[in-house]
Every structure is written in structure tokens, then in C-alpha cells.
Write a protein that binds this ligand. Structure first.
Ligand SMILES: [Zn+2]
Length: 234
């Protein structure tokens, strides 16, 4: 059964005769699957679907670090893997990056991560953050750059994960042009209204075709399954 839930995308309820007591739910792409015992009444079903949707949402909120959390995490990663030498001036989430998971501007020390990373496993977000931190020390993707990342044990796994997500969602993501020249970052303070032409680095047009429009709302990034389970109490 598929039913629309205004804030969650489609919800699919699956009943199992073998399932006696447990209720569980997980995300499958952009929909949510709720597993229920076969004998549950319609009223109980409605109640438990609501409970599980809220539970998943709460779980995901906990897994979505704020800009402040990112800055703290950046310091930890820099200390652990880069001897603390990478010191970003700011780290923040941005929603307008459709071809890059992360980007940085070494001249002013700013780092930006795509909100598409939110909800992904911590080791993946850490990898992208560490990658951008390393660019504050070494531009480009030559041997010196990858030597910097070598101590991070999940580099290959994280890159594979991101490639899989990009392929599954039809996104043309690349980490080849993730370093912006000075001036690419719009000023964060100041009262002047945004100029209509701001925001894109001159290098932005060299990144190849952008196919991300179908997933522009960012809801399709989740290929992991977020499971939550609990027993009904009555
Ligand atoms: Zn890079």
C-alpha cells in the first residue's frame, strides 16, 4: 500500500504474518517502508506509522550536524590527520552545490559542504571534510594531496560510497574542481543586497554537464537504510 505523507515522501506499509510484535521502519531511497505485524488493526497501523515516521525523523535530525558541529569536527579531523595545520576560517553547509560534495577557498580558508551529504554515514561526511581541509594545505589532486589523506582509513570506502550515490541519483558529481579562487565566496557580512550574478566561481563551467536537476531537492541522497525498531506496547 502506498500513501502520501506530506513531509516524508511515499510511505509503504508491509505486513507480515510471521511478524508478531515488532514494528520497524527504514528509508528506501526517497520513500519509507514500515513493517508491521500481520494482525494489527487499521487504527493501530495508523498510529504506528505515525510513531515510526517521527522516530526516523528524530534519528535523522540527530545525524544532521549544524554548521557549528561541522566546525568542531573540522578541528578534530585536522588535529588527528593533519597535525592541526589546516585551520579553516569557516565551515558551513550549502544547498546550492549540485556538482560538488565539498568545496573550499584556500585564500580565505572557507569550506563548504553540500547539504546532500546530510544523513550520510559519518565516515563519508568526515572524508569530504578532511578532503577540503587538506586543500587548505595542498591545492589540486596530485600525489602530495593524496599523501595527506592517506592516514584516513576510509578514503576509498567513502569515495566509493559517494560514487554510488551520484550514479544512483544521476548526479554529475566531481571532486576535480572543488577549490575555488578568491572571490568565489559571497561576502558573509555587510548589508549590500546580493548581486544577481554572484555566487559561481569562474571554474564552475568547466565541470561538465550538470544532471542534478531531477534531484534538486536533495531528498534522493539516502541509499543507506535508517532502521528504527521498537515493540508495540499494546
Ligand atoms: Zn579536491
Amino acid at each position: 500500500m502506498l500513501s502520501g505523507a506530506p513531509y516524508q515522501g511515499a510511505v509503504e506499509v508491509r505486513r507480515s504474518a510471521r511478524r508478531k510484535r515488532t514494528v520497524s521502519a527504514y528509508r528506501d531511497g526517497d520513500r519509507t517502508v514500515v513493517l508491521l505485524p500481520g494482525r494489527m488493526t487499521q487504527t493501530e497501523e495508523k498510529r504506528w506509522v505515525g510513531v515510526m515516521l517521527e522516530r526516523l525523523a528524530a534519528q535523522e535530525r540527530r545525524r544532521r550536524p549544524s554548521d557549528e558541529d561541522l566546525a568542531v569536527r573540522a578541528r578534530e579531523l585536522s588535529a588527528r590527520y593533519l597535525d592541526g595545520r589546516a585551520e579553516p576560517a569557516s565551515v558551513r553547509w550549502v544547498a546550492n552545490q549540485n556538482t560538488r560534495w565539498g568545496s573550499c577557498t584556500p585564500v580565505d580558508g572557507t569550506i563548504r559542504l553540500s547539504t546532500r551529504l546530510r544523513g550520510m554515514p559519518t565516515y563519508v561526511v568526515d572524508y569530504v571534510l578532511l578532503h577540503e581541509l587538506a586543500h587548505l594545505l595542498v591545492p589540486g589532486h596530485g600525489p602530495r594531496f593524496w599523501t595527506l589523506l592517506a592516514p584516513y582509513p576510509r578514503t576509498e570506502r567513502a569515495r566509493g560510497y559517494l560514487e554510488g550515490v551520484a550514479a544512483a541519483s544521476g548526479l554529475a558529481m566531481s571532486d576535480e574542481a572543488d577549490t575555488d579562487p578568491a572571490g568565489a565566496e559571497p561576502p558573509r557580512t555587510g548589508a549590500e543586497p546580493p548581486a544577481p550574478t554572484r555566487g559561481r566561481a569562474p571554474s564552475a563551467d568547466t565541470r561538465g554537464a550538470r544532471k542534478g536537476t531531477a534531484a534538486a531537492d536533495g531528498t534522493r541522497a539516502g541509499t543507506t537504510r535508517d532502521r528504527a525498531a521498537r515493540k508495540p506496547r499494546g
